[in-house]
Write a protein that binds this ligand. Structure first.
Ligand code: BG6
Length: 302
């Protein structure tokens, strides 16, 4: 599998495919001039690692399961067409379905950018779950930052609604050192408190218990992820994603998750961008585009 992908989409010195966990093919993007490397599984279009001169930015669970219809715990799961629970499986089917690699390229004009396009189209499998023809493409650009462009096209004859999110697990030195900055004054749905709506009062959201919040219609852009013990912070820019989710399961819930475990919860903070509170309504033939860029910068330069 990796061999075939290398022949078709490999780019010497920049993009190659290899066998990843459970033998699933994995694309490895290297950007030597930016000092960055990124790994993405076509299974789920799932980014599992992204390193820069500041080190690893992505958390992966040591107990993550790969393939066989399971969602991969950690990384950047692609949530579509449903966020959370609802009519179909939790967080939809895109994160645990094989996507196709449809393109790779390297732009050699500065800043050098290494890119890959992954695509998922409706199939008997998806139509049995969700009866709508669609085509969705996730393009990942690796430079000194990561830029993700996500397109969803309605290829059917009828309008459909969908939710979408990039459910990023950021690695942190310890959850007690991390905060999400830029959410003050925003109304959120508190999923831990049965969906109560509240207003965020803190300029920096820190986590010291189970937190599961959907911040609605966030104006601030970028949101910052700050980790007191790291050299860098991350600027999280978004276009087309109105909402931001902050999630950490904390002790008990993490203990109950076979693919995570109690020891893992202090090691990550999920700060997700999404279209969740009000689903996107997409008429026949139309396309939705969401963009997310994640940019590391020195704490002192903020
Ligand atoms: C978060 C949700 O985005 O994902 C939580 O807000 C959920 O409610 C979490 O528990 C993890 O979901 P899953 O399906 O990957 O266990």
């Amino acid at each position: 599998m990796a061999e075939t992908l290398n022949k078709k989409h490999g780019v010497e010195g920049y993009i190659h495919f290899e066998s990843g966990e459970s033998g699933l093919p994995k694309a490895v993007l290297t950007n030597p001039s930016a000092g960055a490397k990124l790994e993405v599984y076509p299974y789920g279009a799932h980014i599992s690692s992204w390193t820069t001169k500041y080190g690893e930015h992505i958390f992966m669970s040591k107990k993550a399961l790969f393939g066989n219809g399971k969602a991969i715990r950690g990384g950047i799961p692609v949530i579509f067409p449903q966020f959370g629970s609802g009519k179909i499986q939790n967080h939809g089917f895109a994160r645990n379905t094989d996507w196709e690699v449809v393109g790779t390229r390297v732009s050699k004009t500065e800043p050098i950018t290494v890119s890959i396009d992954l695509q998922l189209k409706d199939s008997k499998f998806t139509l049995d779950i969700w009866p709508h023809p669609f085509e969705t493409t996730l393009t990942i650009h690796l430079s000194t930052k990561v830029d993700i462009e996500w397109r969803v096209k309605n290829t059917g004859d009828n309008t459909f609604d969908f939710q979408a999110a990039l459910h990023t697990y950021f690695t942190v030195s310890d959850i007690k050192n991390a905060s999400a900055v830029g959410l003050k004054g925003v109304t959120y749905i508190d999923k831990v408190k049965g969906g109560e709506r509240k207003e965020e009062e803190r300029p920096a959201v820190v986590i010291s218990e189970e937190v599961d919040r959907v911040y609605l219609d966030v104006n601030q852009n970028p949101i910052l992820l700050v980790d007191k013990e790291r050299e860098n912070s991350l600027k999280l820019h978004r276009t087309g994603f109105r909402d931001v989710v902050v999630w950490n399961p904390w002790t008990e819930k993490a203990r109950g998750m076979a693919d995570l475990g109690e020891e893992a919860f202090p090691k990550f903070m999920c700060v997700e961008v999404g279209e969740i509170g009000t689903p996107v309504t997409l008429p026949a033939g139309q396309e939705w585009l969401g963009k997310h860029s994640i940019e590391p910068s020195l704490q002192s330069s903020l």
